[in-house]
Ligand binder design. Sequence first.
Ligand code: ADP
Length: 247
Amino acid sequence: MIRLHDVSKEYPRSGVALSGVTFEVRKGEFVFLTGPSGSGKSTILKFLYMDDKPTTGKVWVNGVGSDTAKGREISQLRRRIGIVFQDFRLLEDRTAEANVRFALEVTGAPKASIRSKVSRVLTQVGLSSKATSYPRELSGGEQQRVAIARALINDPFVLIADEPTGNLDERATRGVFQLLRDVNAAGTAVVMATHDLDLVRRSSYRTIELNHGRLVFDSAEAGRPRPPGGFAEIEEGDEQPPESAGY
Ligand code: ADP
């Protein structure tokens, strides 16, 4: 479904952002992308959304190749990909409902189906009672739920989440993460970049760790969960069993 093969990215001024990264994401999988700031997580997510291309190597997303994809093919692909960001990126002058509806209207969806779809996704994220609230009237967690509803409106095969809990307190983080788990349980793949090692440790999802643009750990390759405390920090002979899945 998603495949990166020997992908590197070099920016003219800041130099090498990614180097020789190879991995696949299967249909319906949940994958954490972890690693320190500047390690290349967002660059990978941009490739998945075909917002940028690798300098060398190739990315395939649902059969679309980064080297040959054309504008029209890319816009069609993006309709099938949901994306959420740390800073929510909602339209401040529109209600929750209108933010979600807008994502559907720009695709030219038939009017008759719009109302029921919007209502369905707002219910799915637990926000049907806040449909007419503006972003400023919502908590951070609620705003992120609206952003997730917007991302789900076109039934994506994958949800890309770039630090989705980065602006949230612990309680809202748990709620939003549980929502992402539910989305995944319903069949949508999730690729989530996060700094929050607590979330990573408390769940048993696949973890890919980057450092200085290199893939340094992939729990699917290693055949074992990511070690508590982080791959980079662990000392030889210090390995502990993973904590059981939380919440
Ligand atoms: P992360 O998401 O892990 O914080 P990024 O993928 O944002 O990492 O960045 C990886 C590296 O690429 C960093 O050194 C960053 O400065 C550089 N970088 C990212 N985007 C750009 C850009 N548009 N132009 C130049 N350099 C960039």
